[in-house]
Design a protein. Structure first.
Length: 632
């Protein structure tokens, strides 16, 4: 029995150690740049002991009393085998997860498990070899687990007076290993973090710990104050209002303190239609106009034909994070996106809701995939959107991939709907979201000149750009062109990674506004995704009362961008980046694009501004005040 326990301890330690060695060798350049391997392995030892003690504690406490019972030996074998295989499985998954998300498995791992159909299809179509290799290795590990933990026999019990002493000794050892420190706060990922490179810090963890800690931390998602510090509500609201250019006197105590009336720049008898085209994972790194690769000639041309923003930044790294910024003007938080939060499923502000109430707009969400993904359908329908049209409802689609119908299919549906809208008496808001630019990189053949392997991100970006260009060639010939304001914007970049606390170059995205009433111009101001919704209202001629803190770019210059990167909050003002991290002192840097960060002395006013913006979204969500007064 005791040999069984010892076998588990040694076997699990070797799994963690061997995996960490291979990961460090793979990422050795970044590990060395961050300060060497020693701290990764020392921190890893503490985390591994925490995990091993967690799984050993219960059998060890009971062993002095039950080791003479064969059923206990057998149950312990199953217990050890399942935990060992679970940890092996997580380590097998880790390299591919790091390659995709630049960190060990975390909350995203759990969230993707909620969509087995899409994920299994993606794995089968895009990662057959990796999947096959992983399954072969895991099958071998199952056989090894049977050899390691089964076949043990009972042992005679020790003297009765020794049993409680043994249990207490085991309890003390496990307690110290699990706590990991004699200091006030138990061990956590911050304890072993030492570098500005989040991926390197994650190597000091093991993947089961990383996953379990992420799940555990979900219970704190609604409490940004516990993470970034507290601030009086009056001070928070004052800072946010001043930064947004909102007079506090315009606020309404029953709604968010930012509730105000925004006038419209465009004046017309009937507001214009609005079309938000959200491009999946299309970061600035692919766009020549924005300093990236030359993969998007059509989007580059749109920058010459419309109001193009060269310094637009996404609020996060997930699609629903970008969608909440674009559809609701809502800033990022350390919590999940409001698309998934229970308190935001109805009565939560969106531009569809306010345009419907105050200007009679019809509104729709158009998506090539299945809109239940990430709860998009539930959120939109619960908050003002009149209809959701997703892939299964498309008419005569031509190409179906893992994540949905092709961008061309989506744009064909969009063109048809916009033409049909010509018969409507009311203006229309359409939010159209593409799906093609996503692993496993599927798109119709014969559309683009590919380079190398067709199933790559670069070729899929070429296809996404092709589909976008073809749509706008068609749109310019339609009657709806002159009475519609379009915006083309990415939800986020693909594969956000880097050694910086917040890799800003991977938050840089395209944003261009077009339409018959839009004059071409190049705009080099620093802006955020949350500024686009207020700007579209103004350009459409829809003066509205709303709580959004984004700027109307026809009248204001924000010179700031806001982003959430994991549990780090970034507030970029001019060239000054303020970074807030859980339970750590704020840091500030002078940023020079694309990736130069020079540490600077902290400015208390900027820290308070960043903290206010980090806390404000949680506050208005909790108070259910991010809304507008209902009109009859």
């Amino acid at each position: 029995m005791r040999y069984q326990l010892l076998a588990f301890v040694i076997a699990l330690f070797l799994v963690f150690f061997a995996s960490r060695v291979m990961l460090v060798l793979w990422q050795r350049k970044r590990v060395l740049a961050a300060g060497g391997t020693g701290r990764v392995f020392l921190g890893g030892l503490r985390i591994d002991l925490n995990q091993i003690a967690t799984y050993v504690a219960l059998p060890a406490l009971l062993m002095p009393w039950l080791e003479d019972q064969q059923w206990f030996v057998n149950v312990t074998a199953v217990w050890f085998g399942l935990w060992w295989l679970g940890c092996v499985f997580m380590e097998i998954c880790t390299p591919q997860f790091i390659d995709e998300y630049d960190t060990r498995p975390n909350r995203l791992f759990v969230e993707y498990l909620k969509h087995p159909k899409e994920v299994s299809g993606m794995l089968w179509r895009g990662y057959k070899k990796v999947l096959a290799l992983g399954l072969i290795v895991f099958a071998g590990m199952i056989y090894l687990a049977l050899q390691l933990f089964s076949g043990y026999t009972t042992a005679p019990l020790g003297p009765w007076w020794l049993r409680p002493i043994e249990s207490l000794v085991y309890a003390a050892i496990c307690f110290l290993a699990i706590r990991g420190t004699l200091k006030k706060r138990p061990i956590n990922p911050s304890t072993v973090a030492f570098a500005g490179d989040g991926m390197v810090n994650s190597l000091a963890l093991n993947s089961m710990y990383s996953l379990q800690y992420a799940v555990y931390a979900m219970k704190y998602e609604m409490s940004a104050e516990d993470v970034y510090g507290k601030m009086p509500a009056a001070q928070m609201n004052q800072i946010v209002n001043e930064a947004a250019g909102i007079s506090p006197a315009e606020g309404n105590g029953k709604q968010a303190a930012t509730l105000h009336r925004q006038p419209a720049t465009h004046v017309a008898d009937r507001p214009l239609n609005i079309v938000l085209i959200v491009e999946e994972s299309l970061g600035a790194q692919y766009i020549q106009t924005l300093g990236g690769q030359s993969l998007t000639p059509n989007l580059d041309a749109l920058y010459e034909q419309g109001w193009g923003f060269t310094r637009a930044y996404a609020t996060g790294t997930r699609s629903v994070r970008g969608l909440e910024a674009l559809s609701a003007g809502f800033p990022p938080t350390i919590t999940q996106s409001v698309f998934k939060l229970p308190g935001a499923q109805s009565g939560f502000f969106t531009i569809a809701d306010v345009l419907g109430q105050q200007h009679g707009y019809h509104s729709r969400f158009l998506y090539g995939g299945e809109a239940h993904f990430d709860n998009m359908k539930g959120f939109f329908l619960g908050n003002g959107f009149r209809e959701v049209i997703d892939g299964p409802q498309f008419k005569d689609p031509k190409f179906l991939g893992t994540w949905g119908y092709s961008d061309e299919d989506m744009f064909n549906q969009l063109d048809r709907l916009l033409q049909e809208d010509g018969a409507r008496k009311e203006p229309v808001l359409t939010l159209a979201f593409s799906v093609s630019n996503h692993s496993p990189w599927e798109y119709p053949e014969g559309r683009i000149q590919t380079s190398g392997n067709p199933a790559t991100v670069d070729n899929t970006v070429r296809y996404a750009d092709h589909a976008l260009g073809e749509f706008f060639k068609m749109a310019r010939t339609r009657d709806y062109w002159n009475n519609t304001v379009f915006v083309v914007v990415a939800d986020h970049d693909s594969r956000v990674f880097g050694a910086d606390l917040i890799p800003l170059r991977h938050f840089h995205i395209p944003a261009v506004i077009l339409g018959g009433t839009i004059a071409p111009r190049r705009d080099d101001r620093l802006i955020s995704q949350i500024d686009l919704a207020p700007t579209l209202l103004s350009l459409a001629g829809a003066a509205c009362e709303h709580p959004m803190i984004g700027h109307d770019l026809t009248r204001q210059t924000p010179d700031r961008a806001i982003m959430q990167y994991g549990d780090r909050y970034g507030y970029l003002q001019g060239d000054q980046l303020t970074v807030l991290e859980p339970h750590l002192d704020p840091q500030q840097f002078r940023y020079q694009a694309p990736e130069t960060f020079e540490p600077t002395p902290t400015d208390e006013a900027m820290i308070q501004c960043a903290r206010a913006h980090a806390l404000w979204p949680f506050s208005v969500y909790r108070d259910k005040s991010y809304t507008v007064p209902k009109r009859g």
